[in-house]
Design a protein around this ligand. Sequence first.
Ligand code: SIN
Ligand code: MN
Length: 273
Amino acid sequence: MRLTPQQLADFDDKGYIFLPSCFSEEEVALMRDEGEAILKSTRQEVWREKTGAPRTAFAAHTFNEVFRLLGSHPRLVKPLQQYFGEDVYVHQFKLNAKAAFEGDVWQWHQDYGTWQRDDGMLAPRAMNIAVFLDEVMPINGPLMLIPKSHKQGVFNAGHDLATTSYPLWTLDQETVTRLAAEAEPPGGGPGIVAPVGKPGSVLMFHGNLVHASAPNITPYPRKIVYLTLCACSNHITKFTRAEWIAHRDFAPIVPVDDGALAEYARARKVAAE
Ligand code: SIN
Ligand code: MN
């Protein structure tokens, strides 16, 4: 899969692109089942909200075959190889649960702010690719983005160790207010967007794009996988976080076949019959 000139132009202008229906229902059902099992497990890679509900499962591509295939999937890897003009490796792999009723807030932040400060990543030549495993709706804590906020570099941030169970470099209200005002469309309306869509949709966003999500107080979970791919020449230089949070294997990803997830789903169905 290659990004079109229009998609590349949109990405440079707004800082994100949304690709509905990137994965089929069959592929998503497989990933959702595996994801739910992982989130129930007691592995050290599964972090919990203060309530005990699952928040994030890290590094599932290293211990689960289905997510290994997703982490090397050409529909995710090839557009980033194209964008960065070189091979990419997996910097981080997160399955965020945003559990029904208990999924907590993600405060306003930039991902590259963390990768630079905590991991010594030299440039914002890394990007998150969100893969929706549940339907993301306006009501269940969708990811909110401030369009164009990727154009102003890394903002000052405070290290919030208290609000949630996950430490995060978060932006102050003045900065978020200014950026949202700057992003308001000429015809009126808010300067914040929240892409919503069916399971299988994909959202790619720039490492410096400011984003957040509200708590989920609905009965509808909002599981999203975030695959963070980094240009190989831009690998991290500081190792302050666990290996399973910020990876140290900088080997270029070799993409799997486009049909690998669907084939796995069919093979599993046959085996169960
Ligand atoms: C993140 O910003 O890393 C996660 C936000 C979310 O899942 O809502
Ligand atoms: Mn983030």
